[in-house]
Design a protein around this ligand. Structure first.
Ligand code: ZN
Length: 281
């Protein structure tokens, strides 16, 4: 991927050194930052982990330079922070047996500002990797860079010809869970396999944990809560669950992002209000 060598802080990393290893990709996650992939897409990571036919690739759009830092990382410069976060993400790729990792090294402002280069590079990456399943942030996330990443991904998907598009596109949970979605809008992802791997993948991001934020407990805890509170009378299924929103039909339609997520919110609103209506005296 040519563009990856043309800018600083970019990297295409193939953990097993397979030539053109990224072309094996079947499951692709496009995330804003280092560690977002491991929070939102553990289910496909685990699905591909030990399967010769399925291959997981991670993409991070931003360089991680502006990330918060405390403790022993408090004195790191932006440049040092970028190097550190790149190393952590590479470690996760090795640990999770990803077929490839692309770090695209954009600034958060370029992603949020809609720099056309971001969208064009994503479209190029999608054409070169041709994933069957795609995962990105959800449009109701509360982190601007996450939502902007989802928007740039949708733009890129709409640029490429239908023959080359992924079969399914899912929007996943990071800085806002999707528990609020109506049950019929939820796509369920079983995150219960290999619990040690799930924890280890979150533990590699030391620079993020140092500030006292326990992303490991938070991410693992949310998955357990999702499974427990999914349906009051359901007892079967996984003990750990991630929620996603199937955005395939939206992505390949002329619908605006506001219309798409607005309809999900309207169904949620209707669900809450109609229950109150039914139970009020
Ligand atoms: Zn993030």
């Amino acid at each position: 991927m040519k563009f990856l060598s043309e800018r600083p802080n970019t990297l295409l990393f193939i953990p097993d050194n397979c030539p053109h290893g990224e072309q094996r990709t079947t499951h692709l996650c496009i995330a804003a930052h280092q560690d977002d992939v491991e929070i939102m897409a553990y289910a496909p990571i685990a699905e591909c982990y030990d399967c010769g036919q399925k291959h997981f690739m991670a993409v991070t759009l931003t360089d991680g330079g502006g990330s918060p830092r405390t403790g022993r990382f408090a004195c790191c410069t932006d440049e040092e922070m970028i190097r550190l976060r790149m190393r952590e993400q590479q470690k996760a790729a090795e640990l999770g047996r990803y077929c490839a990792l692309a770090m695209m090294g954009h600034t958060s402002n370029a992603v949020k500002g809609g720099d056309p280069a971001v969208t064009e590079e994503l479209a190029e990456l999608l054409l070169q990797t041709r994933p069957q399943f795609l995962y990105t942030h959800n449009l109701a996330d509360k982190h601007d860079t996450h939502v902007a990443t989802a928007l740039r991904t949708v733009e890129a998907l709409r640029l490429i010809q239908s023959d080359y598009r992924p079969e399914r596109v899912y929007m996943m949970e990071v800085w806002r869970g999707l528990d609020w979605l109506c049950e019929e809008d939820k796509a369920l992802f079983d995150t219960s396999p290999r619990p040690q791997l799930a924890a280890d993948l979150l533990d590699v991001f030391e620079s993020q944990i140092e500030g006292g934020k326990s992303y490991r407990s938070a991410a693992l805890g949310r998955r357990i809560a999702n499974a427990t509170f999914f349906e009051s009378h359901r007892v079967d299924g996984g003990s750990s669950l991630s929620y996603g929103l199937d955005a395939t039909d939206f992505v390949y339609s002329p619908q605006t992002p506001q219309e798409f997520i607005g309809q999900c919110i309207a169904r949620f609103r209707e669900d809450v209000l109609s229950r109150l209506e039914r139970l009020s005296r």
